[in-house]
Design a protein around this ligand. Structure first.
Ligand SMILES: [Cu+2]
Length: 212
């Protein structure tokens, strides 16, 4: 009888695992059903900036300050190159020390300009006040090489991008993993049930067959 009790306990454990895993799979499915997302309608100056990929905007609305790295990627990019903030948010540009001398120089929108610096850890900041403005800026020494950025403030004109499609390989990997956990749980239950069945039917007393 002890063996039977052990098998029952194992079966209950398997079922609990499956419920948890199914919950995770359900969450993943819900995320895939997300509709289109509103992002600022960036000018080409920003969409062609180094480090910018389609539909990518760092949403920093609701934050009092946000940081942009100067000299990211191969050294000639701002990261993130496109950010969305509220009026009154302070953008802090922070130099990585890579890519030579850079500056931050407002183009469309508000006016601000830093000196050209190549020193790691140097910072320059500007607080954006004009709601509804799409600001663009550049690094003067590397403007011709695409070192541009954009700062959208508050209620700017927007465009829709599809977020239901998963393009990030890492995110996709996680979702596949979640599905495998679900499949694995179902397999474990099946194996456990089959194992229980055969063990209970034939395994209880090996001596019964030949012994009697
Ligand atoms: Cu530069």
């Amino acid at each position: 009888m002890k063996r039977r009790e052990f098998i029952t306990a194992a079966g209950v454990g398997g079922a609990t695992t499956a419920v948890g895993a199914n919950g995770a799979v359900g969450t993943a499915a819900a995320q895939e059903e997300e509709g289109p997302q509103e992002v600022p309608e960036w000018p080409e100056f920003v969409t062609e900036a180094n480090g910018y990929s389609s539909g990518e905007t760092q949403d920093a609305r609701g934050q009092s300050e946000t940081t942009v790295n100067v000299g990211a990627g191969d050294g000639l990019a701002f990261d993130p190159p496109a950010i969305w903030i509220d009026a009154g948010t302070t953008v802090i540009w922070k130099w990585t020390g890579n890519g030579g001398g850079h500056n931050v120089h407002g183009q469309e929108g508000e006016e601000y300009q830093s000196e050209v610096v190549d020193q790691e850890g140097f910072t320059f900041e500007h607080t954006f006040e004009q709601d509804g403005q799409i600001n663009t800026y550049q690094c003067d020494p590397h403007a011709g090489q695409g070192m541009h950025g954009g700062v959208a403030v508050g209620s700017v004109p927007t465009t829709e991008v599809e977020t239901g499609v998963i393009t990030d390989p890492e995110e996709l990997g996680v979702k596949i993993q979640e599905h495998y956990v679900g499949i694995g749980a179902v397999l474990m239950i099946s194996v456990s049930l089959v194992f229980s069945f055969f063990t209970l039917k034939y395994g209880e007393s090996p001596h019964a067959k030949g012994g009697d």
